[in-house]
Design a protein around this ligand. Structure first.
Ligand code: CAO
Length: 447
C-alpha cells in the first residue's frame, strides 16, 4: 500500500474551472474509473474519474474550488497492482490510459508511487455525455438535459427520462435528488419511468407550480379531509387510466313520477320517502342484465373481461367530508320499498362517518345522482374497476312532440360515462336508450 497524489490531468481548454460536485469522501473505497469530482465551465461539465483503485485518505478540494491541469484532487492509498498501473498511466493524456485496460496488467514494476493524473470523462452540456457505465442498449436520448455524467448514468440505470426532470441545481442543473423525486412521482402515479406519455404510462407533463396566492390578497389554508385526499387520488387514477366517453340521454319519467307520488302519499304515515333514485337503480339492473358487458371488469392486465352474475350498485353520497360510494347489494332481489329504506340508512351512515370499508366494496356499477340539487348534465368519472357510471341530473318539464302536438312531459337527464376499452359507443347509446325505455314505462321492469 502506498499513499499517492491524484492530480487533474490535461483538461484542454478548461482552466480555472469550478468544482460543482465532490463525489467521494474520505474512507471511500474507489475502483478504477469511479468519478472523483465534477467540474463545470460556461459551456460544459465533466467528471474526473480515478485512474487507480484504492481508499481515499484525504480530500484536497471542495465544491466551489477552482482547478486547472495539475491541481491536486485527493490523496489515495492505492492497492499494489494499481500503484504500478498508476505509474504506467504517466503516458501522455491524449493516449488511452493503460491503467484502465490490458496495459495495467503488463505494466512494469514502479520504482516508487508517483502523482497520478486522472483520466477525463467529458460531458458536453448539449451533447449525449454518456457515463462509461451507462447501458449501451438504452434508447433514452438525454441530449438536451443539463446534467452531469454521473446523474445521466444514474438516470439511465433507473430508466428515468432526464428530459422530463426539472433541475433544482445551479442554472437549472439536474441533480441526483431531482431524478429520485421524479421517479417517486412517476411511481406514485402507477407509471413507468422513461416511458413517454404516448405509451400511456406517464402523463409526461410538468408538475403544478407552487404558487404563493397571498401576493394577491388575504388567504386561508384549509387542509383536505382524509376522504378528499383518498377520493382525489382515486379519481385522478381513474381519469388518467380509463379512456372515458360520456353518452347523454333523457328519460320521460312523467308516469313514473305520478306513481312515485302516489306511493309517497300512501306511505306518508310511515315516514318512508321514495325518490326517483330507487327506480333508477332498478332500471340500471335491468340494463346490466340486457347488456352484460356493463356488468364486468377488466382484469389487471387488461386482457380479459370478468363478467359478474350479481347486481351490486354503488350510489355516490355527498357528505360534509367529501364523496363516498356505499354499495347496495343484490339490487335485483330487492323491492322499491326495501331499497328506499336501505338508501336512507346508508346515506345516514355515510354522513355520520359510520360506513365500514366492506360497505363500499363489491360494486358492479355506480350511480351519481345530482337530481336533488340541479344541473342539466355532467360527465361522471368511472368508478374502477367498474366500467360504467350513470350521472343523473334534475328532471324538468319539457315540451315533447308526440306526433301531433307538443305535450308537457317530465324529462330526466341521464349522463352515462363508460370505459371505451370495454364498451363501444353503439352499446353506450343502446344502454341509455334501454334505461329511458325502462324509466318511461316502469311496468317493463317486471317483464
Ligand atoms: N330530479 C328532480 N328531483 C329529484 C331528482 C331528480 N333527478 N332526484 C331527487 N330529486 C328530489 C327528491 O325527490 C327529493 O325531493 P323531495 O324533497 O321533494 O322529496 C329531493 O330531490 C332530494 O332528494 P335526495 O337527494 O335527498 O334523495 P335522492 O334519493 O335523490 O339521493 C343521495 C340520495 C344520497 C344520492 C343524495 O342525497 C346525494 O348525496 N346526492 C349527491 C351525490 C353526489 O354528490 N354526486 C356527485 C358525485 S361526483 O362528484
Amino acid at each position: 500500500m502506498a499513499i499517492q497524489e491524484v492530480l487533474v490531468p490535461d483538461i484542454g481548454s478548461f482552466k480555472d474551472v469550478e468544482i460543482i460536485e465532490v463525489l467521494v469522501s474520505v474512507g471511500d473505497t474507489i475502483a478504477v474509473e469511479d468519478s472523483l469530482i465534477t467540474i463545470e465551465s460556461d459551456k460544459s461539465s465533466m467528471e474526473i474519474p480515478s485512474p487507480v483503485a484504492g481508499v481515499i485518505k484525504e480530500l484536497k478540494v471542495k465544491v466551489g474550488d477552482r482547478i486547472s491541469e495539475g491541481s491536486l484532487v485527493v490523496m489515495m492509498e492505492v492497492v499494489e497492482a494499481a500503484a504500478g498501473a498508476a505509474v504506467a498511466s504517466q503516458a501522455p493524456p491524449s493516449q488511452p490510459s493503460p491503467a484502465r485496460g490490458e496495459g495495467a496488467k503488463t505494466a512494469s514494476e514502479p520504482a516508487k508511487p508517483a502523482p497520478v493524473p486522472a483520466v477525463l470523462s467529458p460531458s458536453p452540456l448539449a451533447g449525449e455525455g454518456l457515463g462509461k457505465g451507462a447501458s449501451s442498449s438504452s434508447k433514452l436520448d438525454f441530449s438536451k438535459a443539463y446534467a452531469t455524467p454521473s446523474v445521466r448514468k444514474f438516470a439511465r440505470e433507473l430508466g428515468a427520462d432526464l428530459n422530463k426532470v426539472t433541475g433544482s441545481g445551479r442554472k437549472g442543473r439536474i441533480t441526483q435528488d431531482d431524478v429520485k423525486a421524479y421517479i417517486k412521482d412517476v411511481m406514485s402515479m402507477g407509471g413507468v419511468p422513461g416511458r413517454s406519455a404516448a405509451t400511456g404510462n406517464t402523463l409526461g407533463v410538468a408538475p403544478m407550480p407552487d404558487i404563493d396566492f397571498s401576493q394577491w390578497g388575504a388567504i386561508e389554508t384549509v387542509p383536505l379531509s382524509r376522504i378528499n385526499k383518498l377520493t382525489g387520488e382515486f379519481l385522478h387514477r381513474n381519469w388518467v387510466h380509463i379512456p372515458h366517453v360520456t353518452q347523454f340521454d333523457q328519460a320521460d319519467i312523467t308516469d313514473l313520477e305520478t306513481f312515485r307520488k302516489q306511493l309517497n302519499e300512501e306511505n306518508a304515515k310511515s315516514g318512508m320517502k321514495i325518490t326517483p333514485l330507487v327506480f333508477i337503480m332498478k332500471a340500471v339492473v335491468a340494463g346490466l342484465k340486457a347488456y352484460p358487458r356493463f356488468n364486468s371488469s377488466l382484469d389487471a392486465k387488461g386482457e380479459n373481461l370478468i363478467r359478474k352474475s350479481y347486481y351490486n350498485v354503488g350510489v355516490a353520497v355527498d357528505t360534509p367530508d367529501g364523496l363516498v360510494v356505499p354499495v347496495f347489494r343484490d339490487v335485483d332481489k330487492k323491492s322499491i320499498m326495501q331499497l328506499s329504506e336501505e338508501l336512507k340508512e346508508m346515506s345516514a351512515k355515510a354522513r355520520d362517518k359510520k360506513l365500514k370499508p366492506a360497505d363500499m366494496q363489491g360494486g358492479c356499477f355506480s350511480i351519481s345522482s345530482l337530481g336533488g340539487i340541479g344541473g342539466t348534465k355532467f360527465t361522471p368519472i368511472v368508478n374502477a374497476p367498474e366500467v360504467a357510471i350513470l350521472g343523473v341530473s334534475k328532471s324538468d318539464i319539457q315540451p315533447v312532440w308526440n306526433g301531433k302536438e307538443f305535450v308537457p312531459r317530465l324529462m330526466l337527464p341521464l349522463s352515462l360515462s363508460y370505459d371505451h376499452r370495454v364498451i363501444d359507443g353503439a352499446d353506450g347509446a343502446r344502454f341509455t336508450t334501454y334505461l329511458a325505455k325502462m324509466l318511461g314505462d316502469i311496468r317493463r321492469l317486471l317483464v
